[in-house]
Write a protein of this length. Structure first.
Length: 480
């Protein structure tokens, strides 16, 4: 039976558009269907990541960090600026320009690769038919293979329903038109910390309410404890063990505010905020993505059930990115997209789920790959540790930015690296060296035997590797 396409990809986020481009590169006739509409009512490719996620948040993190540097840190370099003024409108316009250039770039890439970009909302029917609805039009397309990459959306809380420009999710928090005096954030996860940092740097008082009693439980706890201390020093008020009870919109002096009632170990608490950001995780976009007859299996959290190769319960139907299990990260989805394209082209491909780097783009940045020390302890693994603080790094000192450390965990007998944890300036860039080393099965000694340029932040990785063997040069290690 002839089909309209060899592959139809549903969703043009970093999972879907990468899958579509790789399919096209492999000579496969591909369509990519997406329904994202931006605030101007225009179709905009790139999904959450480019429109309201990774890119706009990093644009604001960069701008707000420069603002904070100019306010607090330039003087130590002998640079006097006088009074530093915030022009939020220009900051937001810069962010929006970056988004529109990059989303436009995806459209151009799909076109150049001859991927047919179709605008509309897709639903998978039986027999790999896809229904696409756009405005009043409905079309049916067929393909030999389907890749579902419909992504995720913010989880909403019944006790804190989104309210126009007062109780907002991450998307709302990327577009405030003035700096609120006091912001509440529900959830001390990645979004809460990143967007909380943006608005704190721009002048808001930020209180983060976190339900769990452990801060950043998936990060190495030595790093998490240091990070919590540094955020506190910066003025980010993180309150753990905070159980949200209710929210109310109040009008005080003709100004609408949000009253938040929560409980902690001391009892019932109440705080009034000018804005409340709800950042309690994301859920997969699986509502209405397939017809019952398509018979896809969902797991207990409504993710599409897939195996390690992203095959669903239906032959020829794959699912990738945030809509399936695993960390909700753009690079994880993109790698799955590439793998599935290769598999469809009958090539060998796999994703190494053990080595997906994670980054929190606060200041300092936190980045890690592999196992944490608490995971190794829980598994009863025999391991060695090497830690090197940036305060002993010449380059970090020259930069005036010495917070954080590099920590390497290696196997006790073989010395193979099991995990690398970095907190510090440019940790997001430094972690790539650790991922590469671990992909190549390196030992800590391999890094110890590698030459790093001086002075560079990377030398801290070298020193941490030396420290595993108790022979770091620029710190005095306790005798073992
Ligand atoms: P998405 O990017 O969500 O894309 C899915 C696309 O499918 C969307 O365009 C959607 O409109 C479309 N779609 C959905 N249903 C249909 C349908 N029925 N028909 C047609 N189209 C449909 N990750 C990182 O790795 N690094 C970061 O720094 C980072 N920062 C983030 C910051 C924020 C504020 C947020 C919210 C997220 C961030 N993330 C980050 C997470 C990252 O954005 C996601 O992991 C990533 O976008 C997932 O990619 P995806 O392609 O699976 O889905
Ligand atoms: P998250 O899972 O990182 O954090 C959510 C936090 O909210 C958790 O700490 C959780 O305990 C807490 N929480 C849940 N319910 C709560 C409640 N009722 N009251 C108080 N606290 C509550 O989720 P997120 O920060 O919303 O981010 C969503 C996804 O987006 C993440 O999976 C993340 O990977 C991705 N993301 C990644 C980056 C990055 O890579 N730098 C940046 C932003 C977002």
């Amino acid at each position: 039976m002839s089909t309209d396409f060899e592959v139809i990809v549903i969703g043009a986020g970093p999972a879907g558009y990468v899958a579509a481009i790789r399919c096209a590169q492999l000579g496969i006739k591909t369509a990519c269907i997406d329904n994202w509409v931006n605030e101007k009512g225009k179709s905009s490719l790139g999904g959450t990541c480019l429109n309201v996620g990774c890119i706009p948040s990093k644009a604001l993190l960069q701008s707000s960090e420069l603002f904070e540097q100019a306010n607090n840190n330039f003087e130590q370099h002998g640079i006097k600026l006088g009074s530093v003024k915030l022009d939020l409108k220009t900051m937001m316009a810069r962010k929006n320009k970056i988004v529109s250039e990059l989303t436009g770039g995806i459209a151009a890439l799909l076109k150049a690769n001859k991927v047919e970009a179709i605008v509309g909302t897709a639903k998978l029917l039986a027999d790999k038919k896809v229904e696409v609805v756009h405005a009043a039009e409905k079309n049916i397309y067929t393909a030999e293979n389907i890749i579902i990459a419909s992504g995720s959306s913010s989880i909403e809380l019944a006790v804190a329903p989104l309210t126009d420009n007062l109780i907002v999710d991450s998307t709302g928090a990327l577009s405030f038109d003035s700096v609120p005096d006091k912001i509440g954030v529900i959830g001390a996860g990645v979004i809460g910390l990143e967007l909380g940092s943006v608005w704190r740097r721009l002048g808001a008082k930020v209180v983060v309410l976190e339900a769990q009693d452990v801060f950043l439980p998936t990060a190495d706890q030595q790093i998490a404890r240091d990070a919590q201390r540094l955020y506190k020093k910066q003025g980010l008020d993180i309150r753990l063990n905070a159980r949200l009870l209710s929210t109310n919109i109040k009008t005080v002096n003709k100004r609408k505010q949000v009253e938040v009632n929560y409980q902690d170990e001391k009892g019932d608490q109440c705080e009034i905020f000018d804005k409340l950001i709800v950042a309690v995780g994301r859920k997969p976009n699986t509502d209405h993505i397939f017809d019952e007859e398509a018979e896809l299996i969902l797991d207990e959290r409504c993710f599409i059930h897939v195996n390690d190769q992203c095959e669903t319960s239906q032959p020829g139907v794959y699912a990738i990115g945030d809509v399936v299990r695993g960390p909700m990260l753009a690079h994880k989805g993109s790698e799955e997209g590439m793998m599935v394209a290769e598999l469809i082209a009958d090539k060998h491909a796999s994703v190494n789920y053990d080595l997906i780097p994670a980054v929190i783009y606060t200041h300092p940045e936190i980045a890690w790959v592999g196992k944490t020390e608490q995971q190794l302890k829980a598994a009863g693994e025999n391991y060695k540790t090497g830690v090197f603080p940036f305060v002993a790094s010449g380059r970090a000192k020259a930069q005036g930015d010495t917070s954080g450390m590099v920590k390497i965990l290696s196997q006790g007998e073989t010395d193979r690296i099991l995990g690398v944890h970095i907190m510090g300036s440019h940790a997001s860039e430094l972690i790539a060296q650790a991922v590469t080393a671990m992909e190549l099965g390196a030992s800590a000694e391999d890094i110890a035997l590698t030459i790093f340029a001086h002075p560079s932040l990377s030398e801290a990785l070298h020193e941490a590797a030396l420290a595993v063997d108790n022979r770091a040069i620029h710190i005095v290690q306790p005798k073992r």
